[in-house]
Write a protein that binds this ligand. Structure first.
Ligand code: BEZ
Length: 341
């Protein structure tokens, strides 16, 4: 068994076609077919059923595909890490989700450049989830996002919790009310914009939510909405999750593709949303941002990097982050990396 055979099998299995796999790999169809046959003969197992179109994986082939694709990804990761270890790039590639760009990221980069004037920084807008693959492939050296990721290759530092604020149209009756309560917002259309949802382990079920709401006798919960949802269905949408922690289920929601669109809809008077406090500089002519009374309605900011290879400039970046936090009086808990190259 060799890597060429395994890569041929993965290409055929991914595309379910010899001709498409040949185009993708640049090999001829007879070569691909021979590599697959050799692999099957070595293993004594039929991996692909050739009698159906598109091609089908056999049960054994499907098992082998799941396991071997993980191993091949790990081989790519280790190869890329070894190359970076032997010749670290002078460029620091930073992945970020848009909501941190509106916050402190520009100030942090400026602080880093002041202390390390020779540094070259490259910024890439990339979702929290995709940052994990981008770290492994070497596309980025560090990622900033708002979701926790458990991955054996990745180390994660929780930088801080940022409070959410409510964004309302300027014409809204509550637009000038300081310190808002979630319960007073529940009857508005809530604009949802997160593309990544919470892992099921950290979510509230609608059943649990109903129990909480039943205990809160004095507030104005929309009970019809609370009972409509299927029992024990976990709340994975991040904003609905925050409301659910208070036993509230906003019953009018609109889901959009990103934060900018959500704020555009608020500006147009279509509804309200919750955004991390650093977004308060966006569209201030049409939008009123108000604080929430609830101290634990927050959005975390995580730093992710590889466990076994930390770009030599990353410790300086962490120092710049903590320096900005101290200058702004932001509460944080200092953490360090597990290992450094
Ligand atoms: C922050 O707002 O705390 C932050 C933003 C970007 C990178 C790191 C931290």
């Amino acid at each position: 068994m060799d890597l060429r055979q395994l890569n041929a099998f993965i290409a055929i299995a991914d595309l379910r076609s010899f001709s498409a796999a040949a185009t993708k790999t640049g090999l001829s169809q007879p070569s691909l077919s021979r590599l697959l046959k050799q692999l099957e003969t070595d293993m004594g197992v039929v991996l692909i059923d050739r009698y159906h179109r598109p091609l089908h994986l056999t049960e054994a082939g499907s098992f082998f595909y799941d396991k071997i694709s993980t191993i091949l990804t790990e081989i790519d990761t280790v190869t890329s890490m070894t190359q970076r270890l032997s010749a670290p790039s002078s460029v620091l590639n930073i992945g970020f989700v848009p909501s941190v760009l509106y916050g402190l990221l520009p100030e942090i980069i400026a602080t880093l450049k002041q202390s390390s004037p020779d540094i070259d920084v490259n910024l890439k807008d990339i979702s929290s989830y995709q940052q994990m693959d981008a770290l492994k492939s070497g596309e980025i050296d560090i990622g900033f996002g708002r979701f926790s990721h458990q991955d054996p290759w990745i180390q994660q530092i929780l930088l801080r919790h940022e409070r959410y604020v409510v964004a309302l149209p300027k014409s809204h009756p509550l637009a000038n009310v300081r310190k808002q309560r979630l319960i007073d917002l529940a009857n508005n259309r809530l604009i949802l914009y997160h593309q990544t949802h919470l892992p099921v382990s950290s979510t509230v079920t609608t059943e649990a939510m109903t129990q909480v709401s039943d205990k809160l006798s004095t507030n104005r919960i929309n009970r019809a909405a609370t009972h409509e949802a299927a029992p024990s269905e976990p709340i994975t949408e991040p904003l609905l999750h925050l409301f659910a922690q208070y036993g509230i289920s906003p019953f009018m929601t609109t889901t959009v593709s990103d934060l900018q669109v959500a704020l555009g809809l608020v500006a147009a008077g279509e509804g309200i949303t919750l955004v991390p406090a650093s977004l308060q500089t966006v569209r201030t002519e049409q939008i009123s941002y108000q604080r929430l009374v609830h101290e634990n309605v927050t959005s975390p900011i995580y730093l992710h990097t590889l466990k076994d290879f930390v770009h030599p400039k990353i410790p300086d970046l962490l120092t710049a982050i903590y320096h900005v936090y101290e200058q702004r009086g932001i509460t944080y808990r200092q953490q360090n990396f597990v290992s450094q190259a």
